[in-house]
Design a protein around this ligand. Structure first.
Ligand code: PLP
Length: 403
């Protein structure tokens, strides 16, 4: 198991300052190997959902270990290409975008999943059968760890509702579309393997309607454990079930389908550590606040969708356990944890947030005119600065002073 020790994290905090995001390359490699192993019978391709963490060095590492990339914006596509990833290994799953982005993606030669009838029609008019296309479907399944990260239910903006199948089929016919991929991503932090198998059942039903169909894209969303007592998605069980499904669907239709997966968190959540320092301790009534030198400008997941991050006081692991509200330094309510047991905290101690690789730095901002934190990659036992901490000039970089 690849983990970074307290002493490694303390050394990095000393060298690069805090707050700092630290990523461990070997952990990403390890997670990818688990997926390859689990899906070895599923004729599977894994596309890293790079919106979780797009630092160019992470993209290069993902490429180096043989993993493909799933992009959510055209800029991510360009970043992936800049990182040296072959267009054939890039998938662009669009949502709510202007058609110009799809044209750009086609010009780059990447695979494209379209999520609205409107863009599908425009695609048909422009490319007809000249470029294959995938369809993102909304299956009307409620899944995922929180409503804000559930994307497959009937009120979700994502995908084309399966109730609109007739409209999809008529566009397929009208424009002679080569629909080669069906895509369903029902949400994030899906523990229950059966959710994926419901998606498989939908693919089974729909496949006969799509003569060019080769790829069955089940999205990402595998749950990772956040607490020591928690279990993630059983990907070995999922791999077995998907393998059985593949045999069944191939035999039923005499075809040779490939399955696609787009994990973000599974690949990079656990590789990340967010190391912060305690600015102030404040006793107020029965609550002791540990005020740290960060806020939701650096890690918004707890405030945005009540995500749990394990926190450890790595400066004082022998301290007596006490309960704290861990809060940030932003002029908003930015509580990371309430009533959390930590080893006695002193001002200046280092508090580490675990599972910080996915949607941590990436969802950050300069709110309150604070600097974005530094990012460090540990690979082969060496630490490298892969993202500088902002400096004052960065706050003004895109501002135009007219007065
Ligand atoms: N694919 C799509 C289309 C997504 O929207 C997302 C994230 O929500 C992912 C993949 C990755 O999800 P996760 O990081 O939970 O694996």
């Amino acid at each position: 198991m690849s983990t970074l020790s307290h002493s490694e994290l303390k050394q990095i905090a000393g060298e690069y300052g805090t707050p700092v995001y630290v990523y461990h390359a070997e952990k990403i490699t390890e997670q990818y190997a688990k997926l390859k192993n689990a899906f070895s019978r599923s004729n599977a391709r894994i596309f890293y959902a790079c919106k979780a963490l797009t630092n160019i060095n992470i993209l290069k590492h993902i490429n180096a270990i043989g993993c493909n990339v799933d992009c959510s914006s055209i800029n991510e596509v360009h970043l992936a290409i800049r990182a040296g990833i072959e267009p054939a290994n890039i998938l662009y799953t669009s949502n709510g975008i202007a058609f110009a982005e799809i044209e750009d993606a086609v010009a780059q030669g990447v695979a494209v999943n379209i999520d609205s009838l409107s863009n599908l029609e425009k695609f048909g008019r422009k490319y007809g059968s000249g470029y294959p296309v995938g369809i993102r479907l909304r299956p009307n399944i409620m899944a995922g760890g929180h409503l804000k990260i559930s994307t497959g239910h009937e009120k979700s903006k994502f995908g084309i509702s399966i109730e609109q199948l007739d409209a999809i089929l008529s566009l397929q016919k009208q424009y002679d579309l080569r629909i080669n991929c069906l895509h369903i991503h029902t949400g994030s932090e899906i523990k229950d393997v059966e959710v994926f198998m419901k998606v498989a059942d939908i693919f089974f039903e729909l496949a006969p309607h799509f003569p060019h169909l080769s790829y069955l894209d089940m999205g990402g969303g595998f749950k990772v454990p956040y607490k020591e007592s928690e279990q993630g998605t059983d990907i070995d069980l999922l791999g077995e079930k998907v393998g059985e499904f593949l045999e069944k669907i191939n035999a039923a239709y005499g075809r040779d389908f490939q399955t696609w997966f787009e994990p973000g968190k599974f690949l990079v959540s656990e590789c990340g550590y967010f190391v912060t320092s305690v600015n102030v301790l404040k006793q107020s009534g029965h609550t002791e606040f540990a005020g740290i030198n960060t806020g939701f400008n650096h890690l918004i997941r707890p405030m945005f969708y009540e995500a749990y991050h394990r926190i450890e006081n790595i400066s004082h692991p022998e301290g007596a356990p006490k309960h704290y509200a861990v809060t940030g330094n932003i002029c908003e309510t930015d509580t990371f944890a309430w009533d959390r047991e930590l080893n006695e905290v002193r001002e200046g101690d280092l508090l580490v947030f675990y599972n910080a690789g996915a949607y941590g730095f990436e969802m950050g901002s300069n709110y309150n005119s604070r600097y974005k934190p530094a990012q460090v990659l540990v690979i082969n036992g060496q630490s490298h600065l892969i993202g500088r901490r902002d400096a004052f000039e960065d706050l003004l970089r895109n501002q135009v002073e007219v007065l």
